[in-house]
Design a protein. Structure first.
Length: 599
């Protein structure tokens, strides 16, 4: 009989124990008499290095370590939606009730899902049917927005021997498949991606309601994107805006090592927000994972895997899921701290050598997939991670490793933030590699010419950046009228289209159709004005002072149900006012000039 494993070393969140010859990699263990949750991350003979997900102060050598034989897994069943968890899926609200304190005591164990609540299960499979992994056995109305599909667990198949509808707890048997009893509760190891039949090419946009993202730098459903930016540039507000307004059916929001006050804002605000698509409370389709910067560092590393495993579970039901991770830099810093304590060879800037592979492994779990099962359902998981490079330096390792595996780069700019231009996404540095895949969707489902307008807007903004150098040297008056029009059009695109107030209910969300009409109105103004500039001695100031420009400024507040009607009238006004300038200029010319214009 082997001796009881005991602690021989404690270094912050790292505990080394001896007598661990039977332990397995990534096995969950209980550390000390307080039974703190830990995970084996390194094995040397009978010694094991354990990262502990709770505070280790007061723990010393000689205390016991208990092996569980299980890997770190999440519980998957009805009841996940509306929940708020810590990094290892402990429900914060239940912990507060159990501990009678807002602080999380050490060693407390509360299961991730309620074992007593009964759910109304409606069977869809029938006795005698042969089912395989991923097939839907029945449904549970988890919230008014989401129907939870109870699936055959991966690796199980056979004939349905028994199944019945009724009210059950998540641990009660609802069906028998072959010789196996099936309940609503599944467990899945967080570090192993959930299986699927295969991945497809993303070809539909994840609509965010943010104009700069949807029009210039779109992300596809099933895509992966990164939002790097310095402190104060608006990463968290952008992430929260995406969680509120994006077109995904299920949202998983991970506050991974961010400041506590930022996460408090999410936890207090989200339960009171309305889903703009349904009018129901937003929390009915949301799962929050709060692991703030003052919580144990090791749990920060686990929280991203906990979140993405839950997200994959809803993806497997055939839903479009969006995961927001804020911020993956804190996750990488947790890896760096654990790597240093393990005395591993450091890589660039002290990060572990496996930073790139861990980052890729996380983002590669995004995708649009053919779900397991005999039906043809598809699900998508979109992953958007915020990155916090120190000093806004995008050349640092976390940002660079993230850019290698994501296809959307939304670069937040401190200079734009200081100018109070939000979202402060730099239109010259950012890019999206999904734009080509999405062109057909935009041109068919939104409007013909959507992609062309986007390309024109980008080109005008690039031309503006070149002309700004000249303006700094010699002033605007030295430019030709056409170049002055380019600057004016670029200013209208920046201030009237790209600028958006995330805290204004009327401006926070813009439909794709409305985005198209706003940009088209600005470009129409430029197109009609360009021929007038050919006239000699044309006063450019008259063009700038037209009253229709004020209407363009206000057009982002046009109600969605009146978009086409109002914009048709706006475009007619643009044509009339700009054309009137041409007529007045011609009338003001010499008789000979007037005659030639008339001809």
């Amino acid at each position: 009989m082997s001796a009881q494993p005991t602690i021989v070393k404690v270094a912050g969140p790292l505990v080394v124990a001896k007598g661990m010859r039977t332990a397995k990699m990534f096995e969950v263990v209980r550390v000390s008499k307080e039974k703190l949750v830990g995970e084996v991350i390194e094995l040397h003979g009978d010694r094991a290095s354990i990262q502990v997900y709770e505070e280790t102060s007061g723990i010393g050598p000689g205390e016991p370590v208990e092996l569980t034989g299980e890997t770190l897994s999440v519980e998957l069943a009805p009841g996940l939606l509306t929940s708020i968890y810590d990094g290892i899926q402990r429900p914060l609200q239940l912990i507060e009730e159990e501990a009678k304190s807002p602080f999380i005591p050490r060693g407390i164990y509360v299961p991730g899902l309620d074992r007593k609540k009964k759910w109304k299960f409606t069977a869809t499979a029938k006795v005698g049917e042969t089912v395989q992994s991923g097939d839907i056995l029945g449904t549970v109305q988890e919230t008014t927005l989401i129907e939870h599909k109870v699936m055959v667990p991966p690796g199980l198949s056979g004939k349905v021997e028994s199944i019945e509808s009724g009210s059950f707890t998540i641990e009660e048997t609802i069906a028998t498949v072959g010789k196996d009893k099936v309940c609503m509760l599944q467990r899945w190891p967080i570090r192993i991606p959930r299986p699927s039949k295969g991945k497809g090419i993303p070809n539909k946009p994840l609509q965010t309601g943010t104009r700069v993202l949807d029009t210039l730098f779109p992300v596809a459903k099933g895509g992966a994107g990164a939002i790097p930016g310095p402190f104060g540039a608006g990463k968290t507000v952008t992430q929260q805006s995406l969680a509120k307004y994006c077109s995904a059916q299920v949202i998983v929001y991970i506050g991974c090592g961010e400041r506590g006050n930022e996460m408090t804002e999410v936890l207090s605000e989200f339960p009171h927000l309305q889903d703009p698509n349904t009018g129901e409370p937003l929390m009915k389709r949301t799962i929050l994972i709060a692991n703030t910067s003052n919580m144990p560092v090791a749990a920060r590393e686990a929280s991203v895997y906990t979140g993405i495993t839950i997200a994959e579970y809803y993806r497997d039901m055939g839903y479009d899921v969006a995961l927001m991770a804020d911020s993956t830099s804190r996750w990488a810093e947790a890896m760096r701290e654990m790597s240093g304590r393990l005395e591993e060879m450091p890589g660039e800037e002290g990060y572990p050598a496996y930073l790139g592979s861990r980052t890729a492994g996380f983002y590669e779990r995004a995708g649009i997939v053919d779900c397991l099962g005999s039906d043809d359902r598809k699900g998508s998981l979109t992953v958007i991670g915020a990155v916090s490079p120190p000093g806004g330096d995008f050349s640092e390792p976390v940002t660079q490793n993230t850019l290698r595996v994501t296809k959307v780069f939304w670069a937040l700019d401190a200079k734009l933030a200081y100018k109070r231009h939000f979202p402060s996404i730099n239109w010259l540095q950012s890019y999206s590699l999904y734009a080509e895949n999405l062109n057909d969707y935009y041109n068919k489902e939104v409007a013909e010419g959507f992609s062309q307008n986007r390309d024109r807007a980008r080109k005008i903004l690039q031309e503006e950046s070149k002309l700004e150098e000249i303006v700094r040297l010699v002033g605007t008056d030295a430019l030709s009228p056409k170049e002055q029009l380019t600057l004016e059009t670029a200013r209208m695109i920046r201030e009237d289209f790209l600028f958006q107030n995330a805290f204004d209910p009327a401006d926070a969300f813009t439909s794709l159709r409305k985005q198209f009409r706003i940009l088209r109105a600005i470009l129409l103004f430029s197109d009609i004005a360009e021929p007038i500039l050919q006239q000699e001695d044309f006063d450019f100031g008259k063009l700038q002072n037209l009253s229709v420009k004020e209407e363009i400024v206000q057009c982002s507040f046009i109600p969605e149900e009146e978009v086409d009607e109002k914009f048709d009238a706006l475009e007619e006004t643009i044509r009339k006012q700009v054309t009137a300038l041409q007529i007045s200029s011609a009338t003001a010319g010499t008789p000979q000039e007037s005659e030639s214009v008339a001809v």
